[in-house]
Design a protein around this ligand. Structure first.
Ligand SMILES: NC(=O)c1ccc[n+]([C@@H]2O[C@H](COP(=O)([O-])OP(=O)(O)OC[C@H]3O[C@@H](n4cnc5c(N)ncnc54)[C@H](O)[C@@H]3O)[C@@H](O)[C@H]2O)c1
Length: 347
């Protein structure tokens, strides 16, 4: 039987319980080894429900468990840096939820610890693990799009502000830019071949804020007491890249317009692609064509967890790297900086 990878969870809330843990449980080569949440009752509940061997009462206790191989970091955004640094120093492999951190300085400290430890570090940029994303990347690598020079991406929620720590700046580091924009920007940048970002011009607004709209549901963190609303609720940005390409981004938690789930469109000199709806816009025999490759299969969280385990076992570089997390953080923080200053900023 294959050797089991012993997994620890740091932060046992919604994403841990609804995405990481169900995906780990589907794998034959995983043992759920230890769990740590700042809320001890939650660590215990989750340990019991998912069958963890150990409950840790501190971060240090979890990451220094000798037999532990790897951790999923699923805390609020303000806990990512501390957890990643502690896990790296203890020599554990790391899957870090998005965003990598709240600031560029934090990502630099994380990178230093990870590089010194020589462990596998993978960013939880889960949209890269959609089968559609892999097809778009494959087609890009085959040159089917020609030169990708422009892209449009975003996620529009009419009333979809998450309840809980998300709107508390000290815990989240930002609103829809850092929560949703991170997905849209990352996956689009990945399709574009990860060109170096050079500048950002952006606006952010907090106009709808803490609404009381009836009849709509929203993502809830597990704790929703002490609510504050300190972040933006919508943002728009133009990102320029060294190779001359550009990307426009629209992200909202609340706006008076139509909902639109994640979309990403890349435009090349030979063809273009759209993630959602999934279409390859091309030409054949002199005619315009819309190709819709058939996609069935696993969900992106399952693909992400499988890839993480394979990278640990083989030592291969993950699809979503430390450096990718750092580049995306530069863009996210550049958006906030540009909005604050009211002008374009260089990255
Ligand atoms: N990939 C995705 O699509 C996706 C979706 C939702 C959330 N997320 C990310 O997952 C992370 C968690 O979000 P959530 O929705 O699960 O929130 P949540 O509030 O439901 O869960 C977070 C858990 O972490 C615990 N926690 C907070 N700080 C901690 C610390 N320093 N050490 C240990 N435990 C700590 C909390 O007590 C809570 O149980 C965030 O970074 C978020 O951006 C990703």
């Amino acid at each position: 039987m294959a050797k089991k990878v012993k997994i620890g969870i740091i932060g046992a809330g919604n994403i841990a319980q609804n995405a990481h843990l169900p995906a780990y449980l589907k794998q034959d080569d995983v043992e759920l080894f230890g769990v740590y949440d700042i809320k001890e009752s939650r660590s215990k509940e989750v340990a019991e429900r998912f069958g963890f061997k150990h409950v840790a009462t501190s971060l240090e206790e979890l990451v220094t468990m000798e037999e532990l191989d790897a951790v999923s970091v699923c805390t609020w955004n303000n806990g990512h840096a501390e957890a990643v640094i502690a896990a790296a120093k203890a020599g554990k492999h790391i899957l870090c939820e998005k965003p990598m951190a709240m600031t560029v300085a934090e990502t630099e400290a994380m990178a230093e610890a990870v590089r010194a430890a020589d462990v596998t570090f993978m960013m939880g940029f889960v949209n890269r693990f959609r089968t559609e994303s892999q097809i778009i990347r494959e087609f890009a690598d085959q040159g089917k799009f020609g030169e990708i020079y422009y892209a449009k991406t975003g996620i529009i929620r009419r009333r979809g502000t998450p309840l809980g720590w998300f709107t508390d700046l000290s815990k989240s580091g930002g609103g829809p830019v850092i929560d949703l924009g991170v997905h849209a920007i990352d996956v689009t940048w990945y399709y574009m071949g990860k060109p170096a970002p050079i500048s950002v011009s952006a606006t952010t607004y907090n106009k709808i804020g803490d609404y009381k709209t009836k009849g709509v549901s929203r993502w809830e963190a597990l704790d929703t007491d002490d609510l504050v609303f300190e972040t933006e609720d919508s943002a728009a940005a133009l990102i320029r890249f060294e190779n001359g390409a550009s990307m426009t981004v629209d992200v909202t938690w609340a706006i008076n317009g139509a909902d639109r789930d994640i979309y990403s469109e890349v435009f090349g000199t030979k063809a273009g692609a759209s993630l959602n709806p999934f279409v390859i816009y091309g030409e054949e025999g002199g005619y315009l064509t819309d190709n819709k490759p058939i996609v069935t299969g696993k969900n992106m969280f399952d693909n992400q967890i499988r890839h993480f385990l394979d990278c640990i076992k083989t030592g291969q570089q993950p699809i979503a790297t430390l450096e990718d997390g750092m580049e995306i953080q530069k863009i996210l923080n550049g958006i906030y900086e540009s909005a604050r200053l009211g002008r374009e900023v260089q990255l």
